[in-house]
Write a protein that binds this ligand. Structure first.
Ligand SMILES: Cc1cc2nc3c(=O)[nH]c(=O)nc-3n(C[C@H](O)[C@H](O)[C@H](O)COP(=O)(O)O)c2cc1C
Length: 221
């Protein structure tokens, strides 16, 4: 499976089988998370076999069951922390999908206090990603029309439209898809709309856009 296919096959999964992540899969996932931590400067951490963070009223209300593994996304408090968590978190999500795992981004419906993380000074826990072997592969979400998330003059090039299609496959909080991509010659800018966690959503959508459009076609403003 390549990244484009992983992007199409990824859907949020909230019910997990009682099967541990082990062997090569565990090693590959751990190594990739470490690589993303180094590259991003974020504090990203895989927690395995820890059921407490998803053993709460909120988690059950959010229809989670069997979650025993999750990835913590934290980092130094600054203005781009959320977008960066979105971008690198989605890299990990799609990598996990290629390893045969399922995931769900979770900002609200988990027990933050129980999540096992030793924060360093000045760091903030942004959110977590549940990960494991799903009882299903989830279902595709409904999407806004492409025209409502882009701002272009005239007919946009094919690569831009492919980027938009990819961005619309991205997971967003409450499936809000509040982002707009604008094109000016070969420069693309992406803006988050108003909404909960919309900066995290923007980082996720920007990674998808890059995969769909191909980074050789444009530069970010
Ligand atoms: C930043 C962010 C926060 C989210 N928080 C939660 C959450 O607290 N609880 C939950 O059940 N789903 C949560 N989700 C999952 C979204 O509901 C889901 O991605 C969206 O409905 C689209 O569905 P899909 O992921 O299957 O494509 C979150 C997603 C994102 C991107």
């Amino acid at each position: 499976m390549d990244l484009l296919q992983a992007m199409k096959e990824r859907h949020s999964v909230r019910s997990y089988a009682n099967r541990p992540i082990e062997g090569e899969t565990k090693e590959n996932l751990q190594n990739y998370i470490e690589k993303c931590s180094k590259e991003s400067g974020l504090h990203l951490q895989l927690v395995l076999d820890e059921p407490n963070a998803f053993d709460s009223f909120m988690a059950h209300y959010g229809k989670f069951s069997g979650v025993r593994n999750y990835i913590l996304l934290a980092g130094k408090k600054n203005s781009d922390l959320e977008e960066r968590c979105g971008y690198y978190g989605e890299k990990i999500v799609l990598f996990a999908q290629m390893l045969g795992l399922n995931t769900c981004w979770v900002a609200m419906t988990y027990k933050k206090g129980a999540a096992k993380l030793q924060l360093n000074r000045g760091e903030k826990l942004c959110l977590v990603i549940a990960v494991g072997y799903g009882l299903s592969n989830g279902v595709p979400h409904k999407s806004r029309p492409g025209e409502s998330v882009m701002n272009v003059q005239g007919t946009p090039p094919d690569w831009f439209l492919k980027g938009i299609d990819a961005a619309l496959l991205a997971p967003t909080a409450m499936n809000q898809q509040k982002f707009v991509f604008s094109l000016d010659r070969d420069t693309v800018s992406a803006k988050a709309g108003l909404g909960f966690y919309s900066k995290i959503d923007l980082g996720i959508a920007k990674y998808h856009f890059e995969l769909g459009a191909g980074t050789g076609h444009f530069r970010w403003k």
